[in-house]
Design a protein around this ligand. Structure first.
Ligand code: PMP
Length: 352
């Protein structure tokens, strides 16, 4: 604590430092990275960009990348905004589109950055409890609000809100912006991007960090009505006109174009998820249905914090949240089958 800090800074809790340990040979199943390498075409494009051309500024409009994202999703480039990871895109969304007199609504169990952004930008918010099975109840959101945001599939639960429920929510809420954070949608969800043409208040946020294996490149994007995209551009342009560096722009565009690699790796993750869910169930865990690249599970007879610590001793790291309602759950990222097998074997030994 420093005496010059503002009240906002004093209220912040730094990111859990233990989540990115600098230890070798870890089985790292704690931050939902993809276990497979990025598309070789993306790596080639990044290598080519990391040369003499770095003396030149990147394209401030990121036109080629926005075009690649637009083409993949069947929208126009004016419907696409790109940023340094979806975390930066979300920061602009909170600043530019969710700042109103009424509170912003999001679930009580959700991506932990939402309340942090609200705190940073002075935005009032209300959390709404998920149902007992951790699904989102659309009816709860049909109240006056200053915006609605939720991840779909949700994090850290992995539970999916079907597209028709998203549509119902949009139909009943036309007065404020609805943000669907689809960081994990490619592992079993249906994207709300299909609804963008019908709802000028819908913004869909996605990332290259998960299904495109590019968490280290920091590229995220938003798709929505051109009016919403313009708000994000205005914020970006007011202090930083270069959204992404040259390697990130070309690498992400090449990853978007490699449909075959995308489908192969995400299908492998989905198969491994179902396989691991079966193994954990055999070991006595209750596993929530997941449409993401992670599982959310608890063991009725064992304390989750102790299980996480025992796994860590065996160099396997999973995520445990000290938050009411979910403190007995572990969030386990889907690794390769070999990593999932190592996790299951370790749990079997610990539970023995
Ligand atoms: N949204 C959700 C729900 C997430 O879990 C994450 C990853 N932690 C992000 C957004 C941010 O991802 P990135 O900044 O890597 O795109």
């Amino acid at each position: 604590m420093n005496r010059f800090w503002s009240p906002v800074v004093r209220s912040l809790t730094p990111y859990v430092p233990g989540e990115q340990p600098k230890v070798e040979n870890l089985v790292k199943l704690n931050t939902n990275e993809n276990p497979y390498p990025p598309s070789p075409r993306a790596l080639e494009a990044i290598r080519a960009a990391a040369g003499e051309a770095l003396r030149l500024y990147p394209d401030p409009g990121a036109d080629d990348l926005r075009q690649a994202i637009a083409g993949f999703n069947g929208v126009a480039a004016e419907n696409v905004f790109v940023g340094n990871g979806s975390d930066e895109v979300l920061a602009f969304v909170f600043q530019g589109l969710l700042h109103h007199e009424l509170p912003v609504l999001f679930p009580d169990i959700t991506y932990s950055f939402y309340p942090v952004y609200c705190g940073l930008y002075g935005i009032d918010y209300r959390t709404l409890p998920l149902a007992a099975d951790f699904t989102l109840r659309v009816e709860d959101y049909l109240v006056p609000n200053g915006g609605i945001i939720f991840p779909n599939p949700n994090a850290p639960t992995g539970r999916l809100l079907p597209l028709e429920a998203v549509e119902r929510l949009l139909e009943a809420n036309t007065a404020s912006v609805v943000v669907v954070d689809e960081a994990y949608v490619d592992f079993g969800g249906e994207s709300a991007i299909a609804l963008v043409g019908r709802f000028p208040n819908l913004l869909v946020v996605q990332t290259f960090s998960k299904s495109r294996s590019l968490a280290g490149l920091r590229v995220g994007f938003a798709v929505g009505d051109a009016g919403l995209i313009e708000a994000l551009e205005r914020i970006k342009n007011s202090f930083n006109s270069y959204p992404l560096d040259r390697p990130a722009q070309v690498g992400a565009a090449a990853a978007m174009a490699d449909r075959e690699h995308f489908d192969r790796t995400r299908n492998a993750v989905i198969l491994s998820r179902e396989r691991l869910a079966g193994r954990l169930t055999e070991l006595g865990f209750e596993v929530l249905p997941s449409a993401a690249n992670f599982l959310f599970a608890r063991h009725p007879g064992r304390d989750a914090a102790e299980l996480a610590a025992a796994l860590r001793e065996r160099k396997i790291i999973v995520r445990h949240f000290r938050q009411p309602r979910i403190e007995q759950y572990l969030r386990i990222t889907i690794g390769t089958d070999a990593q999932c097998d190592a996790l299951a074997a370790a749990l079997e030994a610990i539970l023995d």
